[in-house]
Design a protein around this ligand. Structure first.
Ligand SMILES: Cc1ncc(COP(=O)(O)O)c(C=O)c1O
Length: 440
């Protein structure tokens, strides 16, 4: 039995939610069209959740609002302490300190619509890794992860420089790089024979050499594949990057959304070089559904790099914390927040399992790898399109007519892909998948 509410269907219309109010608009160019009569809209595009936030977040804001003055302020110790304590127990995705089940993830691979049955995955645990070296001075406020990435790109590269990324990748990195006159060089992730997304170190190294690259933007856990990188993969990647003198901006905004049994390893933890050459970004926004409050932070251990980034952020005078957002973080990064997050991750995993199973049974030709975290799912329709002769545009638009608010994967450097957001009550996810049978 759940203690927290992940089943109520929130009516977000007219309540400051681009995920529903943005339908049919043309601001980003990625907005779904409105559904035909008889179908309501199920938001599965913008990366926020259709769940109420954790009660301790709302309580912390309400408590602060009771004091009727909102003047200039500076973040108190409890803000930094909350971050340090939370990051120390970050693997708390499952809300308990248990040993990790070795190799979790290997057994959950590719699923492809075929009409066959599979064994259900076994229950899993999670581990505890500590951050003995994280201190207040390593943490700096950032007005959104994008704010941080754009600052860091300016500090670490010049216009015309190439930056390494993976494909598929989060669409927002385009603005942070191309938008500032830098070039993006993509190294494709590849699905192995077990259906696990892997990076290709030889390919990455080749592109680094060819394009004279000194900066990589890395996403961990990965949006849109939902991959939670294992420590050995991160170690191998950092060894390769060290030998090419590459610095990394590591976007760990999804770090808390890791399914039971998986462990998020901070990239900075994997080697001495990583601690000194990785600039990490975190936020409570994805974790607690508070992106509208704005407020993220960096962790940078290298004094020189941190000073440069801080100076760059200060230059604009826009990089200032909002008092309610600060209290929201403190409310979320708490014992209640940890417990709530444990239930959220179970709910998200359940939704992902349902989706994978549904696809396998009902959507022949659609390929998907079981995510290990985030609430994103990355569908590949290549075989489906070959079989039916339908184009990606036709399928996406057909889904929109049935109210399935999914998103074109080409924005995420995919080719034949659709990205799905599964952070909704199960009843809505089931409804969306049942409608897929009608439109595909
Ligand atoms: C990987 C990644 N980074 C950054 C963001 C956005 O971060 P922010 O709202 O803090 O700018 C998102 C939102 O979906 C994301 O998926």
């Amino acid at each position: 039995m759940s203690k927290y509410d992940f089943t109520t269907i929130l009516d977000r219309r007219g309540r400051d939610a681009y995920a529903v109010d943005g339908v049919g608009l043309q601001r980003w160019g990625t907005e779904p069209a409105p559904p035909q009569d008889g179908y309501d809209f199920i938001p599965m595009w913008v990366a926020d959740m259709n769940f109420p936030t954790c009660p301790s977040v709302t309580e912390a804001i309400m408590d602060r609002v009771k004091h009727p003055a909102f003047g200039y302020f500076s973040a108190p110790d409890k803000y930094f302490d909350a971050i340090i304590n939370w990051r120390q127990g970050r693997e708390s995705g499952c809300g308990q300190d248990l040993e990790r089940e070795p190799g979790r993830g290997q057994e959950q691979g590719i699923a492809s619509g075929s009409g066959q049955d599979t064994d259900k995955d076994s229950p899993a645990a999670c581990a505890h890794t500590a951050h003995p070296y994280l201190k207040r001075e390593h943490i700096g406020y950032e007005n959104g992860v994008h704010g941080f990435i754009t600052s860091a790109v300016r500090v670490l590269t010049k216009p015309g420089d190439s930056i390494l990324l993976h494909s598929p990748n989060y669409v927002g990195f385009r603005g942070d790089t191309l938008g500032q006159g830098r070039e993006c060089v993509y190294s494709p992730l590849r699905m192995d024979e077990d259906g696990i997304w892997r990076m290709d170190l030889d390919d990455m190294a080749g592109r680094i050499e060819k394009h004279n690259i000194s900066l990589m933007i890395f996403c961990s856990p990965q949006n849109p594949s939902g991959r939670v990188w294992e420590r050995w993969e991160l170690e191998a990647m950092m060894d390769m990057l060290e030998s090419h003198h590459v610095t990394v901006i590591c976007d760990e905004i999804w770090a808390d959304l890791v399914f039971p049994g998986y462990v998020h390893t901070p990239l900075q933890d994997v080697s001495t070089y990583a601690r000194d050459h990785v600039l990490a970004a975190y936020a409570p926004s994805k974790t607690f559904n508070i992106a509208g409050l704005v407020g993220s932070y960096h962790i940078i251990y290298n004094d020189e790099l941190r000073e440069k980034i801080t100076r760059e952020g200060d230059l604009t005078n826009y990089n200032e914390m909002n008092v309610l957002s600060m209290h929201a973080l403190i409310g979320g990064y708490s014992k209640t927040g940890r417990e709530w997050l444990g239930e959220l991750n179970q709910t998200l995993e359940g939704n992902a399992e349902f989706a994978v199973e549904f696809i396998r049974r009902n959507l022949p030709g659609v390929t998907v790898s079981m995510p290990q975290g985030t609430y994103m799912m990355w569908l590949d329709l290549k075989n489906y399109m070959d079989r039916t002769g339908r184009t990606l545009d036709e399928v996406i638009h057909s889904g929109w007519r049935y109210g399935i608010g999914w998103q074109d994967g080409r924005f995420f450097e995919g080719g034949t892909n659709i990205r799905l957001n599964l952070a909704s009550p199960r009843s809505r996810i089931e409804e969306a998948f049942n409608r897929m049978k009608l439109c595909m």
